[in-house]
Ligand binder design. Structure first.
Ligand SMILES: [Zn+2]
Length: 338
């Protein structure tokens, strides 16, 4: 299960086998680079041009800072987790072996009146793994990473909730795209990249875009969907969000919208005035500039262990990408001209 694999930013090695299992049957060749990016290449005919797809495989995580003298593991945020969402959660510590733990939360009876309702700081939290101090020190060290643990839950109506759906939902969409391409005729070489270290400034896509030098790059990520406590326009279950704005090449935006309409797939528009905060941002300015697009799966509760998406949106995202690729004209220069 993609969402249940563990790989905090910079520590994605544990995901390689999962990616291989996912993509080997769908690609002509799979390989990894020394940075930790994973590539699945599918050859089109004549295969003159390269279309790069990028979805990040890393997830938000924590890191061990010390083991206190009562046996609680202290930690800090690697990047991107809101400490308010951590109390009473299950985690996995990636030490000499994987150790399951829970982040403790003080019983309400013991919380002093002056502290009630106040957020607890991350440095005041501790992970309980049930071992003595001496036993813990044998398996866990300062610097070990910690990821959230949560089984993917099926809610009603094809909606699922779990951890790391940012951006394993994007990885799943890339897999759907390659699967769809099996049944289609398409021209370019397609390289689906599961990028490393996106959550720490899109670093995996910097090196993979440079390596591939594609004619077209499309990032597939998740985007904030409307939930109980916000009034955002993008909604779950209404199809992928196609981005437009300075980060996006206008011909690719138009091509994606045309593809969605021709393939009768529902889609939403997402104007992004500045930086997109996704792999599209780094892809666009790689080398001499790469024409870049961005398609996002609507997601609720980002960077928590109950990230929620509609499976239908994930599938539509993959289908949209496949249709876009299969209908690209051979004259890409003309297509990209604006
Ligand atoms: Zn993401």
């Amino acid at each position: 299960m993609l969402s249940e694999g563990h790989g905090a930013s910079g520590y994605e090695a544990g995901l390689a086998r999962l990616m291989e299992r996912q993509f080997s049957p769908l690609a002509d060749r799979v390989y990894a680079d020394r940075f930790g990016n994973f590539y699945a290449e599918k050859l089109g005919s004549p295969g003159k041009h390269t279309v790069m797809l990028a979805a990040h495989m890393d997830e938000v995580g924590l890191i061990v800072t010390r083991i206190d003298d009562r046996g609680f593991i202290r930690f800090t945020d690697l990047i991107g987790i809101d400490p308010r969402t951590l109390l009473a959660q299950e985690v996995v510590i990636h030490g000499k072996q994987e150790v399951l733990g829970v982040i403790g939360s003080m019983p309400p009876h013991l919380v002093q009146v002056t502290q009630a309702g106040k957020a607890i700081k991350i440095e005041d939290m501790g992970i309980d793994v049930g071992l003595s101090v001496a036993e813990i020190r044998e398996v866990v060290e300062v610097g070990d990473t910690i990821t959230l643990k949560r089984q993917l839950q099926e809610l009603l109506n094809g909606v699922v909730a779990g951890k790391a759906l940012d951006d394993r939902a994007g990885i799943a969409a890339m897999a759907v795209c390659l699967e769809e391409l099996d049944r289609m005729k398409f021209g370019p070489k397609v390289v689906a990249v599961a990028t490393a270290q996106e959550e720490v400034h899109m670093r995996g896509s910097v090196v993979s875009t440079f390596a591939l030098d594609p004619e077209i790059g499309i990032a597939i990520d998740v985007t904030f969907a409307a939930e109980a406590n916000n009034k955002l326009n993008i909604e779950l279950g209404k199809g992928p969000a196609i981005a437009l704005g300075a980060n996006i090449h206008p011909a690719i935006y138009r091509g994606l919208v045309d593809s969605a309409q021709s393939a009768r797939l529902s889609y939403q528009l997402q104007p992004i005035p500045g930086r997109s905060g996704t792999d599209a941002w780094s892809m666009q300015v790689s080398r001499a500039g790469i024409p870049t697009g961005l398609v996002s799966v609507p997601l609720r509760y980002m960077h928590t262990c109950v990230e929620t998406v509609s499976v239908e949106d994930v599938v539509s995202t993959g289908k949209l990408l496949a249709y876009f690729i299969a209908t690209l004209p051979e004259d890409l220069e003309g297509f990209l001209c604006f």
